[in-house]
Design a protein around this ligand. Structure first.
Ligand code: HEM
Length: 151
């Protein structure tokens, strides 16, 4: 970092939530990625649990076939794109600038922007549960069935 920004942040009296929202510090962005990825990991784990409960007995009716497909899609998507990949982003954001002795990454604001795009994308994807069509923009058949048009 970021030492320069840490001093500037301290001097300006910026702290708390707002300083995390506006930060361009690679270490803080790394921490934001790590915390967010862990929360999504728990959500993906919850979906895995529901899948397992459904499969625990033959002919189980815990969730409908449509809901099972949605949970399957959301579990896979969440684990790969919202948990594992951002977790690697957490580590390389935090560690690589330190390893090479740089003050920050090459484009700190773009780096911060990437994090917020990731977080909003993840929240948006999960918000699709509110309309009960999670993952419906993913690949077929989930993308086509479960809609009124899919007879
Ligand atoms: C690194 C990423 C992933 C992690 C950490 C993960 C983790 C888990 C865990 C802990 C379970 C519960 C296992 C059990 O109780 O039997 C599970 C189940 C399952 N996962 Fe994942 N998963 C990941 C990626 C995926 C992907 C990419 C898919 C498919 C697109 C997927 C599909 C499933 C299915 C179908 C089950 C239910 C299997 C069963 O219980 O018989 N997972 N996952």
């Amino acid at each position: 970092m970021a030492t320069a920004e840490a001093h500037a942040t301290h001097a300006a009296g910026r702290s708390g939530l707002w300083s995390w929202i506006t930060t361009t510090d690679h270490k803080r962005i790394g921490i934001l990625y790590g915390v967010s990825a862990f929360v999504f990991f728990l959500i993906g784990g919850l979906e895995a649990l529901l899948i397992r409960l459904q499969l625990a007995r033959a002919d189980n009716t815990l969730v409908s076939a449509e809901a099972f497909n949605q949970l399957f899609t959301m579990h896979g998507t969440t684990m790969v794109f919202l948990a594992i990949m951002p977790m690697s982003a957490a580590f390389f954001n935090y560690i690589v600038p330190l390893q090479i002795g740089a003050r920050d990454v090459a484009f700190p604001r773009l780096n911060a922007f990437s994090y917020w795009v990731f977080l909003l994308g993840g929240l948006f994807l999960n918000a699709s549960f509110l309309v009960w069509r999670p993952g419906s923009t993913s690949s077929s058949p989930s993308s086509t069935c479960g809609r009124p048009a899919c007879a």
